[in-house]
Design a protein around this ligand. Structure first.
Ligand code: 5GP
Length: 120
């Protein structure tokens, strides 16, 4: 799947749409999910144009992958869920029901989380 820069997270990255920003650095931007599924639900996206985790892991540089991974850890800490625990979710493609085709990691926490998956 080719990257389309009309997706909503590309617009957020370009500043065309506002977001509730938690963190930003050279590699990543983090903001709160517009439809939170837990008391903490924050999205971390890379600055580069990658459709999903699969695309990112295959094509991003080691610096991008390392920087993004560090950003996820920093965001979890800023959101106050490091000690209590959190779950990371990265949806890729049709069976995961990925909605936005710009790679993002969901950080979920702030409360005990329900089972890992629910059937559609
Ligand atoms: P996906 O299903 O692609 O893994 O998750 C996409 C997530 O993006 C959903 O949890 C959805 O609520 C969130 N989302 C969609 N549009 C926006 C938006 O405009 N702003 C923010 N902050 N989150 C969004």
């Amino acid at each position: 799947m080719a990257y389309e820069d009309s997706n909503i997270f590309a617009k957020i990255l370009r500043g065309e749409i506002p977001c509730d920003k938690v963190y930003e650095d050279e590699f990543a931007l983090a903001f709160r999910d517009i439809n939170p599924q837990a008391s903490v639900h924050t999205l971390v996206i890379p600055k580069g144009a990658y459709v999903s985790f699969d695309d990112f892991a295959a094509k991003a540089s080691d610096a991008e992958i390392g920087g993004f991974s560090r950003a996820v850890q920093i965001v979890a800490s800023r959101e106050g869920v490091t000690d209590s625990g959190y779950r990371l979710i990265a949806n890729h493609g049709k069976h995961s029901f990925q909605e936005v085709p710009h790679f993002h990691v969901h950080i979920l926490g702030g409360e005990p989380l329900p089972g890992l998956i629910a059937r559609p």
